[in-house]
Write a protein that binds this ligand. Structure first.
Ligand code: 8YV
Length: 320
């Protein structure tokens, strides 16, 4: 039987591409070129399945333009906001994601962002790197300590739960808001808040771990930032769309926020020059899941979903 035709849109690690080439008639992208929308549509028209990253956008128009040949979008990501799930469902295209396998890596980056923000990591690094470190004093580069502070988690899914575990390791008290309260064995003593407002009021550090659904877009804005304790710290490793960046810049400039640690931005790649201009922002280029181990695990998980689909089974991580 002919192998299913599979497009892998971006360059993945060697073992993942080798497994894909063994089991599929695979179209790779060895130069890691970013597809234009037209190129994405044209390439997807030639295959039964696509394994994309969050960098490829499957809007309703794109799904419609691809037409009936494409049977499954097996994402190499936990987030699926780059795919119009309703349109995919209506077109009979199955969609999967890669949950669980990136929770540890993303939690590590969230903690890095928190510490980088609290301890003025960007400022300190820039000073030493640029040769401008010519002074030391006990009053110099004083940051905020996270020990004993309240760690607010917005979205207590898998990444939120692991990040909360890591924050407990720093002696932080965990609070969270989620659509529903977790059972005690997952909550692990964290304080549940049934409203966002109630969580914000106690979050010395607020870490975002919710998906960028239409409802959540801009959930952190001038009104919600005002509810945080003065000199709070914001960490975002989820999606840039969750934050109104103009409001964030204003809160960082005014001192309402002590600092922010950001791995994601409204504009990616690129970021936001107004945020880059602020010394109290610690920034990374969307690398939450970028470890050797996790990249392999994400690729294999996406292939597991494809294997199940083409074996006539329900893929484990079906989201549409
Ligand atoms: C990935 C992500 O880097 O999984 C997600 O939703 O944002 C990141 O882990 C990216 O999507 C890789 O495809």
């Amino acid at each position: 039987m002919a192998k299913p035709k599979l497009l892998i849109t971006r360059k993945l690690r060697g073992d993942v591409e080798a497994r894909a080439a063994r089991d599929y008639d695979v179209m790779l992208n060895p130069d890691d070129k970013v597809f234009s929308t037209d190129e994405l549509v044209a390439a997807c028209r030639k295959v039964d399945a696509v394994l994309p990253c969050h960098s490829e956008h499957f809007s309703a128009e794109v799904i419609d333009a691809i037409g009936p040949g494409l049977r499954i979008i097996a994402n190499h990501s936990v987030g699926t906001d780059h795919v119009d799930l309703a349109a995919a469902k209506a077109a009979g295209v199955v969609v999967t994601n890669t949950p669980d396998v990136l929770s540890d890596a993303t939690a590590e980056i969230a903690i890095l962002c928190m510490l980088g923000a609290a301890r003025r990591g960007a400022e300190g690094d820039a000073m030493v790197r640029s040769g401008q470190w010519n002074f030391w004093s006990p009053a110099f580069m004083v940051g905020r300590q996270v020990t004993g502070k309240r760690f607010g988690v917005l979205g207590m899914g898998r990444v939120g739960q692991v990040t909360a575990d890591r924050a407990r390791g720093f002696g932080m008290e965990v609070h969270y808001h989620n659509r529903s309260r977790l059972p005690a064995h997952l909550e692990k003593g964290a304080v549940f808040h049934d409203t966002l407002e109630s969580l914000l009021a106690v979050s010395d550090v607020l870490s975002l771990h919710c998906p960028a659904t239409a409802q959540n877009k801009g959930i952190i804005n001038a009104d919600t930032l005002a509810l945080l304790p003065d000199r709070a710290i914001i960490v975002n490793t989820a999606r840039g769309a969750l934050i109104d960046e103009d409001a964030l810049v204003a809160a960082l400039r005014s001192g309402k926020l002590f600092a922010a640690g950001l791995d994601v931005f409204q504009t990616e790649p690129g970021g936001n020059p107004a945020l880059s201009a602020l010394p109290n922002v610690f920034m990374l280029p969307h690398i939450g899941s970028a470890t050797e181990e996790t990249r392999d695990a994400m690729g294999f998980r996406a292939l597991d979903n494809l294997d199940a689909f083409f074996a006539g089974q329900e893929p484990g991580d079906r989201v549409a």
